[in-house]
Design a protein around this ligand. Structure first.
Ligand SMILES: [Zn+2]
Length: 209
């Protein structure tokens, strides 16, 4: 099978050296799609206004809604894509590409990000990534693979200048898997749309982002 993981406007670049600031690997626990779309749009927009490129790894349906939310904030999706500031990849296609025996391979994930990073990166070569691959794995009951992917994302934001936001429908994950997921993130975005430091997903305080 041939996978096309090079959407138009994608180029190779040297965007991965060094990192600045504190790691930001948040999960948005959403109840309604509109809440997620708004949170993702704000997260991406805060990068765009600083010329920080964005990579969105989502379902086609969610990607459409994220585009709509960005348009609602007066961003031109066409200009962002033409300017190589915004790249969309299909979550299932990427999962298929980076997985070995249904478990994401860290090297394959890093290689894929390296191949698809938008040309335009911000100060300190920053990049903002939104991913819902973990949510897709939870939907299939692949908990081990989901934890493995989150470990890999955590390693990535620790040594790369990337901010990462994950999406997870709140009502489709409960108990230990939910607590584990939150504990693997630096911040949890709650119903008010603000990121809170993750402390095992129990008590959370308010911070800016
Ligand atoms: Zn995550």
């Amino acid at each position: 099978m041939t996978l096309n993981l090079q959407p138009s406007g994608i180029v190779q670049n040297a965007c991965h050296s060094g990192r600045g600031g504190s790691p930001f690997h948040a999960v948005c626990l959403y109840q309604e799609g509109d809440q997620l779309n708004a949170a993702v749009a704000v997260y991406l927009a805060q990068g765009f206004i600083r010329n920080v490129g964005a990579l969105v790894i989502a379902t086609a349906d969610h990607s459409e809604h994220i585009c709509a939310a960005l348009r609602g904030m007066s961003f031109s999706i066409e200009r962002l894509r033409a300017g190589r500031e915004l790249v969309f990849l299909d979550a299932d296609t990427v999962l298929q590409h980076i997985s070995v025996n249904d478990v994401p391979d860290p090297l394959k994930l890093r290689a894929l990000i390296g191949q698809t990073t938008p040309l335009r990166c911000g100060p300190e070569s920053e990049l903002r990534i939104y991913s819902e691959m973990t949510e897709r794995m939870h939907e299939r009951g692949h908990e081990f693979a989901a934890r493995r992917l989150e470990q890999t994302w955590g390693d990535c934001v620790a040594d790369q200048p990337w901010h990462l936001l994950c999406g997870q429908h709140d009502s489709r994950l409960a108990g230990r898997p939910r607590r584990r997921l939150c504990a693997q993130h630096t911040h949890v975005i709650g119903p008010n749309g603000l990121p809170h430091p993750a402390t095992g997903a129990r008590s959370i305080g308010r911070v800016g982002w």
